[in-house]
Design a protein around this ligand. Structure first.
Ligand code: ADP
Length: 341
């Protein structure tokens, strides 16, 4: 995300915090002052009414009554002034404590909105950056070809093929972005999902890529069943298998296994590929994150597959974990609620 969009979000957040703090403070002060006014009026009225009690005045001589009344009035006035000062003190304290409390409350209220805004801005910025690179490549390739007055039919076909490849990659990228942008879980149709069925489907999808690298896929999936959305789980498994093929050398074996434990259904994909270094492991489920080895190997991908898989699995209330050693291989394991009764 560029600095100016970050600054804009920070400024918007500051302005909103100040506004919300002032609104909360206004509510607190209106209540505090209102209460003080009512309290003062009631108390002051009561003070004036009760003293001196008429029954008592009848028992003392007239001269003394006057002196007594003067004395009582001055005491009542004094009490009113003291009450006023105390209420003033209470309101000043309410103002100070209220300002602090309002600020804390405003920060708490705005924090999730701020994070969501930041995530959205980062997403838009990352996405446009990823889209721009292949588009620029297509544009450059086509412009060079257009300038070539003696462009052969063969070269033109090559160019079209390369353009089609790029367009397919762009379509995959936009599909992935759409899936990540959709926040709701309404698209999931929950049912009992047989791990062996979803494995077969996912294996069919990557069969060609595996054959091209002479990679064998060993299917050790048992009768484990989970509760989930079949199409989404196939998508997750396709990402894991696709990565296992992409990041394995030729003629390797990939193993898929499943098991049930403590009412949870597990499915794992193990490869003996390039593995992932320890420092990359915490980030591989982040959007657009690609470990150095993937970049330097120039393996096709945008770093979206695992973040989509993570999102799907967490939408199911499950987990996806990885263990990996560089040059030895990786195991990705998904855990979902089991459908076993
Ligand atoms: P992509 O594969 O398109 O780059 P992913 O989100 O699927 O994106 O994976 C993110 C990164 O995690 C990859 O770029 C790669 O560095 C690493 N990775 C994922 N799966 C494997 C694997 N099976 N073996 C080694 N590295 C992997």
């Amino acid at each position: 995300m560029n600095q100016s969009s970050l600054n804009r979000i920070v400024n918007a957040a500051r302005t909103s915090t100040v506004r919300l703090t002032l609104s909360y403070l206004a509510i607190i002060m209106v209540m505090s002052i209102g209460f003080s006014i009512v309290f003062y009026n009631t108390s002051s009225h009561e003070l004036g009414r009760r003293f001196p009690p008429p029954a008592f005045l009848n028992t003392i001589p007239d001269r003394t009554v006057h002196i007594y009344q003067l004395y009582v009035s001055s005491r009542v006035e004094e009490a009113r002034t003291r009450l006023l000062l105390r209420l003033l003190l209470v309101n000043v304290s309410a103002l100070l404590a209220g300002a602090f409390l309002s600020y804390v409350l405003a920060r708490r209220t705005l924090q999730p909105i701020e994070s969501a805004m930041e995530a959205q801005a980062r997403f838009a910025s990352d996405a446009s950056h990823e889209l721009r690179t292949p588009l620029a490549a297509i544009q450059a390739e086509n412009e060079v070809a257009l300038r070539n007055k003696h462009l052969s039919l063969e070269r033109a076909k090559e160019l079209l093929e390369s353009n089609v490849d790029e367009v397919i990659r762009l379509r995959d990228l936009s599909d992935g972005l759409l899936r990540l942008a959709r926040e709701d879980t309404h698209d999931l149709t929950m049912s009992t999902v047989s791990f062996s069925d979803v494995t077969n489907e996912a294996m069919n999808r990557i069969l060609k890529a595996a054959q091209q690298k002479d990679i064998t896929i060993e299917d050790r999936v048992d009768s484990t069943k989970a509760v989930g959305d079949s199409a989404s789980i196939i998508q997750v498994l396709s990402v894991l298998l696709d990565n296992a093929v992409k990041y394995s050398p030729k003629s390797q074996t990939i193993v898929i296994s499943s098991w049930t434990r403590n009412r949870k259904a597990y499915l794992s994909v193990t490869d003996r590929g390039i593995g992932i270094a320890k420092e990359h492991l915490p980030h591989i489920f982040d959007r657009f994150y690609r470990a150095d080895s993937a970049r330097s190997n120039r393996t096709a991908g945008y770093g979206l597959g695992l973040s989509i898989a993570y999102k799907i699995i967490t939408q199911h209330g499950g987990t996806i974990t990885v263990t990996s050693m560089p040059n030895q291989g990786s195991t990705f394991t998904i855990c979902l609620p089991s459908a076993a009764s």
